[in-house]
Design a protein around this ligand. Structure first.
Ligand SMILES: [Zn+2]
Length: 85
């Protein structure tokens, strides 16, 4: 579980996301498939808890609660969709 509230902590993941520009597939509201650097897809779940944006990624880093670029990429799509609701 990655809390998306500290830009500094996310800086590396944001940089990676900008560099790699991973493909993000919309599955359902709050659930996305994000392509990893080796081509496989990871499942990212985005939701809000107590007003804090959370992203859950099933990659190795995400499972250790480390911010990964998959989570950042999915979260940016998610917040765009959420703002249209
Ligand atoms: Zn990940």
């Amino acid at each position: 579980m990655i809390e998306l509230r500290n830009e500094q902590q996310l800086a590396r993941a944001i940089e990676r996301a900008k560099e790699i520009k991973p493909r993000v597939k919309f599955i359902t509201f709050g659930q996305y498939h994000v392509q990893g650097s080796t081509g496989g897809f990871y499942i990212v779940t985005c939701f809000k808890r107590n007003g804090i944006r959370i992203a859950d990624c099933d990659c190795v880093a995400g499972m250790r609660n480390k911010p990964c670029f998959h989570a950042v990429a999915a979260a940016s799509l998610h917040s765009g969709i959420a703002s249209m609701r």
